[in-house]
Design a protein around this ligand. Structure first.
Ligand SMILES: Nc1ncnc2c1ncn2[C@@H]1O[C@H](COP(=O)(O)OP(=O)(O)OP(=O)(O)O)[C@@H](O)[C@H]1O
Ligand SMILES: [Mg+2]
Length: 234
């Protein structure tokens, strides 16, 4: 199995926010995690990327258990995260932000990788000397995605990549997510925009108050009365 979580439990102080969740990802695919505010989506991604220690449970990636490893160690194994709220470095230039994602690599190869990111996002090339904080919301999201790609992940974790963006930019980001997946990167996509998420994903999970309450192919979830009522606006 390329990636799997078994019975994952996580707490903040005494509050149990993940109550034993399990999920799987087939290599090359996109899975969506749907859920309302506070469901535990970001916490799930933080456990995977090593930013949050779970109380119990297992995270498997390419044949080894990774729960409890350091964030840097997990990046080196091939998992990188596009964080909620983008979290680019506002006082650094676009180019410097991208180099921060190269994770201790430097030199010619890294320069080639930056050029590859600029092929995905020509606007970032135009703005490469500008401070990250001066970019629009959509450009900052592109920069956050570009930075995560600089570590050459096999698995990309994306936390609400379209939140707060205009419809045109949302469609651009959606196309970028498709392109990244076409290049062979597997993706865990956390989205409150369930329509979009089910369009992009092969398989989806519905997380409510720390438990998985439904799962299925995107088509199955899209046709489920429950999912339609709760997440697709009727
Ligand atoms: N650092 C923290 N300390 C204490 N409680 C936290 C912390 N981060 C999150 N929580 C709580 O854990 C629960 C799950 O939060 P989480 O951020 O994982 O949800 P989410 O599904 O990503 O929500 P959203 O859609 O709002 O981003 C919530 O009840 C939240 O209040
Ligand atoms: Mg969140």
């Amino acid at each position: 199995m390329f990636f799997a979580i078994h019975n994952l439990i996580a707490h903040y102080q005494k509050a149990e926010v993940l109550k034993g969740i399990s999920l799987e990802l087939v290599e090359g695919q996109v899975i969506a995690i749907l859920g309302a505010n506070g469901a535990g989506k970001t916490t799930t991604l933080k456990v995977i990327s090593g930013l949050k220690r779970p109380t119990a449970g297992e995270v498997w990636f390419c044949g080894q258990r990774i729960e409890g490893k350091s964030p840097g160690g997990i990046v080196k194994l091939g998992i990188s995260q596009v964080p909620e709220g983008r979290k680019i470095f506002p006082q650094m230039s676009v180019m410097e932000n991208l180099l921060m994602g190269a994770y201790l690599r430097r030199g010619e190869e890294v320069n080639r990788d930056v050029e590859h990111i600029y092929e995905y996002f020509p606007i970032l090339k135009q703005r490469q000397g500008q401070l990250g904080g001066s970019l629009s919301g959509g450009e900052q999201q592109m920069l956050a995605i570009g930075r995560a790609l600089m570590s050459k992940p096999k698995l990309l974790l994306m936390d609400e990549p379209t939140l707060g963006l205009s419809p045109i930019i949302v469609q651009q980001i959606a196309q970028i997510i498709r392109d990244i997946n076409q290049e062979g990167v597997s993706i865990i996509l956390v989205e409150q925009n369930a329509h979009l998420a089910l369009r992009l994903a092969h398989w989806g999970y519905v997380l409510e108050l720390g438990s998985i309450v439904a799962q299925g192919s995107s088509q199955e979830l899209g046709e489920s009365e429950y999912v339609k009522r709760a997440y697709l606006g009727g």
